[in-house]
Design a protein around this ligand. Structure first.
Ligand code: ADP
Ligand code: MG
Length: 260
């Protein structure tokens, strides 16, 4: 994706996003533009604001000031007083429905089977008919390699399998953008590969994705761009190869050295 394309058809535009929890300023003016088909790996130390930034993008957190546009539609922008003002609730829902999110701890419904987990949102949120969504749900389960687990409950699955169900569940809503918050951090090391492979497969299909991760190998190989956050700021964001070969900022260099 060229720089020009990123500017003309951005999927996400975040401008000077600020967020505080009490006296703790957690996002100190974060800006990011993301083009269609980009895979951005967001890396940075614990507490740097990575999760909060992701959560602000799909309105799991509100922002204090700044602007967020999703696929050209404004979700929130400053009013004349410089305070963030959201669009109507209906608009917020419509815009945020274009983003799927996958969390560190899977967040599957424990009382529902794998298949019912995948059907739940399309049935209730989109009001689709079971027969309409069933073929798609089965196709998604096949895609993540879990069709044989369709009638199992989450408690019978490994962490890697749970996370793959969570990915299929998010995809069932047919999002244009996928947000991942440390999708492999809760997994035993031998299970991270199967989840990363699933995300890589989505990258091969040109899904637009923002992935918070500590997996530097994955960031290097799969991400088109790597963004480094530290202390509530987005310090630099550059193509993956350049980012790892020549990190520009001393804080990025220090962080990468700490990961060795
Ligand atoms: P990261 O994901 O990079 O580890 P987070 O976005 O989770 O960082 O957290 C950034 C900062 O915001 C931390 O200081 C954290 O304690 C604080 N924080 C996150 N969520 C909340 C919350 N709901 N209430 C208060 N403080 C929070
Ligand atoms: Mg986090």
């Amino acid at each position: 994706m060229t720089e020009a394309a990123a500017l003309t058809s951005p999927m996400i535009v975040a401008e000077d996003v600020r967020k505080r929890f009490g006296s703790n300023e957690v996002l100190k003016g974060v800006s990011l533009r993301m083009a269609k088909g980009e895979v951005i790996a967001v890396i940075g130390p614990s507490g740097s604001g990575k999760s909060t930034f992701l959560r602000c993008l799909n309105h799991l957190e509100t922002i204090d000031s700044g602007r967020i546009d999703i696929e050209g539609d404004t979700l929130v922008a400053n009013d004349a007083q410089g305070q963030a003002r959201y669009v109507t609730d209906a608009e917020v829902r419509r815009i945020c429905a274009r983003m799927g999110m996958v969390f560190q701890h899977f967040n599957l419904f424990p009382h529902l089977t794998v298949l019912e987990n995948i059907l739940a949102a399309p049935l209730t949120v989109k009001g689709m008919k079971r027969n309409e969504i069933l073929p798609k749900a089965e196709e998604l389960l096949r895609k993540v390699g879990l069709l044989d687990k369709r009638d199992a409950y989450p408690s019978r699955l490994s962490g890697g399998q749970k996370q793959r169900v969570a990915i299929a569940r998010a995809l069932a809503m047919e999002p244009d953008i996928m947000l991942f918050d440390e999708p492999t951090s809760a997994l035993d090391p031998e299970l991270t590969g199967e989840v990363l492979r699933t995300i890589r497969q989505l990258a091969d299909e040109h899904m637009t994705m923002l992935v918070v991760t500590h997996e530097m190998g994955f960031a290097r190989e799969v991400a088109t761009r790597v963004a480094f956050m530290d202390g509530g700021e987005l310090i630099e964001s550059r193509p993956a190869a350049a980012f790892f070969a020549q990190p520009e900022h001393p804080r990025t260099r220090a962080f990468l050295e700490s990961m060795l």
